[in-house]
Design a protein around this ligand. Structure first.
Ligand code: ZN
Length: 78
């Protein structure tokens, strides 16, 4: 079962969730502040642009997680 990384849109906390393929994060809560609907961070191996990010204006130009070595920040790996 794949592990997805989410980021809280309220406090910025990032956390990993193991869930089945195709599941969304609508039922998840931030482990820190309990806010709903965390944003899923794009992983390097999954399809890009499969989901609409709505009006959040996701740019993907900066690493907001500090986990660049894992390739989960949205930036391409060198
Ligand atoms: Zn939070």
């Amino acid at each position: 079962m794949p592990i997805y990384e989410y980021q809280c849109t309220k406090c910025g906390e990032s956390f990993e969730v193991r869930q089945s393929m195709g599941a969304d994060g609508s039922s998840l809560n931030c482990p820190k502040c309990k806010a709903k609907n965390p944003k899923r961070l794009i992983s390097s191996f999954s399809s890009i642009g499969s989901e609409s990010f709505g009006s959040s204006g996701y740019g993907g130009s900066t690493c907001s997680t500090g986990n660049c070595s894992t390739g989960t920040c949205g930036l391409p790996m060198m």
